[in-house]
Design a protein around this ligand. Structure first.
Ligand code: GLU
Length: 463
């Protein structure tokens, strides 16, 4: 019987949603949607000291922003301690797990001796029950950890959805601690109990977990649970070839939202980073779902490419609904303390969006319509010259008297140029510096038309 596809993302809430986790979430989500299956959000909060609700909220907000809707969750591991207890009890009863009273100093000494003998450090199995073996006397006052009695023989093998067949001999694998002395399960154990209880069929995750998978497979088998398929996705590298990290720039989804990237662009870019569908570079969420069947995931690490991300974002900036774009730009303006009218922003966006890659950049352009501008001294000196000033006066008088539209503004500028024997760029640059606070803009008549006349008149005086 084939199982219904169920995938999950299991972030630890110890910070923001990292781009790498977002990408694995995206693959898990797309895979579930492609197969008409279900996608679960599980919060792995067993690291109690570092987990915060604030981080959970941020992760959920970032998933929501990317449009990664989940069918179940958030499920919190710390609310499932009873389930882990039951599973441990089962393993203890069946002799597949055992209490280990080795103290941390004893473990240190054990490793020290192994190193001295030139051995790879490992747990020596001193508390592992074996037929005919006498265990040490239980020490008083030591809370035991619970270890999994890993099989000694055989090989763990799985056909990784990304990396292909992988085999590890059980001889290489230690008896893993599955419950700490404080009763909290470790990652490898909780993850297996959860994936079993949640009936997860496909696990996509970062390849830093490849080494955990043999333990997890043995635990699934010990619990008598069906195995999911595993796909370990290679890391994302920064442009310096090192693992993408905070020190090397923005790594949280939220930071990109704030920087003015669109969710459809992030989704498109993240999906393509480590996966391909022919030569397609630009695709919608629906296309991704239609195409994403778990194949064509890259085996080699992907390189984060800010230039390409900008290109993808610029594409979506040009194509998204104008009212939505305006709302996003209004939000960006708000971030810089500028209050803007959405209708006015919507009218202005088409004029500037082709030269922008983000909504933040678009907001920088549009700020001049809603807040005072501060022309640079060097721009004033270069463009608002003695030769141009009389023409600026003439233009101001004309602008005060015309009907306020692009054609009339254009005509007024031409008349002022002609009256003073100037060339178009001389006057246009001066007007730009004074009114817009910068010497380069799109066509000046189109730019001015979007201002209130009083604003233009006010900025064209007092130079
Ligand atoms: N909490 C783990 C992580 O964030 C989950 C790994 C997994 O998907 O199994 O890396």
């Amino acid at each position: 019987m084939t199982r219904k596809v169920r995938t999950r993302i299991a972030p630890s809430p110890t910070g923001f949603l990292h781009l790498g986790t977002a990408r694995t979430a995206l693959y898990s989500w797309a895979y579930a949607r492609h197969h008409g299956g279900e996608f679960v959000l599980r919060i792995e909060d067993t690291d109690v000291a570092r987990s915060t609700q604030d981080s959970v909220d941020q992760i959920i907000a970032a998933m929501h922003w990317l449009g990664l809707d989940y069918d179940e969750g958030p499920v919190y591991q710390m609310q499932r301690l009873d389930r882990y207890r039951e599973a441990v009890d089962q393993l203890l009863r069946e002799g597949k797990a055992y209490p280990c009273y080795t103290t941390p100093p004893e473990l240190d000494a054990m490793r020290e001796q192994q190193r001295a003998r030139g051995e790879k450090t490992h747990y020596d199995g001193r508390w592992r029950p074996e037929p005919g073996k006498t265990l040490p006397p239980v020490p008083a006052g030591v809370e035991p950890v619970i270890r999994f009695r890993n099989p000694h023989d055989g090989v763990v093998t799985w056909d990784d959805l990304v990396k292909g067949p992988i085999s590890i001999s059980n001889r290489e694998i230690d008896d893993l601690i599955i419950v700490r002395a404080d009763g909290v399960p470790t990652y490898n154990f909780a993850v297996v109990v959860d994936d079993r209880d949640m009936d997860i069929t496909h696990v996509f995750r970062g390849d830093e977990h490849v080494n955990n998978t043999p333990w997890q497979i043995n635990l699934f088998n010990a619990l008598g649970a069906p195995l999911p398929l595993f796909g370990h996705v290679p890391v994302i590298l920064g442009d310096d070839g090192q693992k993408l990290s905070k020190r090397r720039g923005a790594v949280s989804v939220t930071a990109y939202e704030e920087a003015g990237y669109l969710p459809e662009a992030m989704l498109n870019y993240l999906a393509r980073l480590g996966w391909s569908h022919g030569d397609e570079e630009l695709f919608s969420r629906e296309q991704l779902v239609a195409w994403f069947d778990g194949s064509h995931l890259s085996k080699s690490p992907a390189q984060w490419d800010p230039v390409k991300l900008n290109w993808v974002n610029a594409h979506y900036l040009k194509t998204i609904d104008e009212t939505r774009l305006a709302a996003l730009v209004v939000q960006q303006l708000q971030r810089s303390g500028i209050k803007a009218q959405p209708e006015q922003v919507e009218r202005a966006c088409p004029l500037f969006k082709d030269r922008c890659t983000t909504t933040a950049e678009l907001a920088q352009w549009l700020a001049m319509y809603f807040a005072d501008v501060q022309p640079k001294a060097e721009d004033l000196a270069a463009h608002v010259t003695q030769a141009v000033k009389p023409a600026l006066h003439t233009l101001r008088d004309k602008l005060a008297a015309i009907e306020w539209n692009k054609a009339a503004i254009g005509a007024a500028i031409k008349e002022a140029i002609a009256a003073h024997g100037l060339k178009m760029p001389q006057l246009a640059h001066a007007v730009r510096v004074l009114v817009c606070g910068r010497a380069q803009t799109p066509s000046i008549d189109a730019v001015l038309e979007l201002f209130r006349r009083e604003t233009v008149l006010a900025r064209l005086q007092g130079f």
